[in-house]
Design a protein around this ligand. Structure first.
Ligand SMILES: Nc1ncnc2c1ncn2[C@@H]1O[C@H](COP(=O)(O)OP(=O)(O)O)[C@@H](O)[C@H]1O
Ligand SMILES: O=C(O)C1=C[C@@H](OP(=O)(O)O)[C@@H](O)[C@H](O)C1
Ligand SMILES: [Mg+2]
Length: 163
C-alpha cells in the first residue's frame, strides 16, 4: 500500500499507449461501492475472493494490470499472476509508504495501524512479492516522475535484451 502501483501504472499506460486496469477499481465497479465499504460490510475474506475472481478474468485484458498490495497473500493468486504476464514489484521502504498513505481513509488495512504493524505486514508479504516478480524496481526516495523514468529504462533494457 502506497508503493505507487495505481499512480505509476496509470502514467506508464499513457507512456506506452496501452490500457490499464486496477483490480481495486474493477472490484469497486462490480460491487457498486468502495473498498472501505466492502471491508466494513462484507469483510476481508469476501474482498479476497473478489480479487481472485478478478485475476481469473484478467486473461481477457490486454495492457497493464495494477493490483491491491494484498493480492499476493494467496497461493492461488500467486499462481495466477505467474500465468498472466510479466510482473513488476514496485519495492519501497515501508516507512515511506506509510507516510504516503497515513491520512488516506480509503485503505482499511492501514487505518489506525502503528508504523510497526505496517512494517510487519510488509515484511510478511515481502518474500511472496520477491518470489512472484519478474522485475523489481526500488522506488525508495524516488519521486513519481523518477520512478516512471527508471521503470521506462528497465523496460527498454528488457526489450533490447529480447531483440
Ligand atoms: N514515488 C512516489 N513518490 C511520492 N509519492 C508517491 C509515489 N508514488 C505514489 N505516491 C503517492 O502515494 C500515494 C499512494 O499511491 P498509489 O498509487 O495509490 O499506491 P498503491 O496503488 O501502490 O497503493 C498517492 O498519493 C501517490 O500520489
Ligand atoms: O494491501 C492490502 O491488503 C490492500 C491494498 C489496497 O490496494 P493498494 O495496494 O493499491 O493500496 C486495497 O486492495 C485494499 O485496501 C487492501
Ligand atoms: Mg492502488
Amino acid at each position: 500500500m502506497g508503493a505507487g502501483k495505481t499512480t505509476i501504472g496509470k502514467e506508464l499506460s499513457k507512456l506506452l499507449k496501452c490500457s490499464m486496469y486496477d483490480t481495486d477499481v474493477l472490484i469497486e465497479l462490480e460491487e457498486g461501492t468502495t473498498i472501505a465499504e466492502i471491508f466494513a460490510n462484507k469483510g476481508e475474506e469476501y474482498f479476497r475472493k473478489k480479487e481472485t475472481e478478478i485475476l481469473q478474468r484478467t486473461e481477457e485484458y490486454e495492457g497493464i494490470i495494477t493490483t491491491g498490495g494484498g493480492i499476493i497473500s494467496s497461493e492461488v493468486n500467486q499462481q495466477l499472476l505467474k500465468k498472466l504476464g510479466f510482473t513488476i514489484f514496485l519495492q519501497c521502504d515501508p516507512l515511506q509508504m506509510v507516510k504516503r498513505i497515513q491520512n488516506d481513509p480509503t485503505r482499511p488495512l492501514a487505518r489506525n495501524k502503528s508504523e510497526r504493524e505496517m512494517i510487519n505486514l510488509y515484511q510478511s508479504r515481502l518474500p511472496y512479492y520477491k518470489e512472484s516478480a519478474d522485475m523489481i524496481i526500488d522506488t525508495t526516495n524516488l519521486s513519481i516522475p523518477e520512478t516512471l523514468k527508471k521503470l521506462e529504462g528497465c523496460i527498454q533494457e528488457l526489450e533490447l535484451g529480447n531483440n
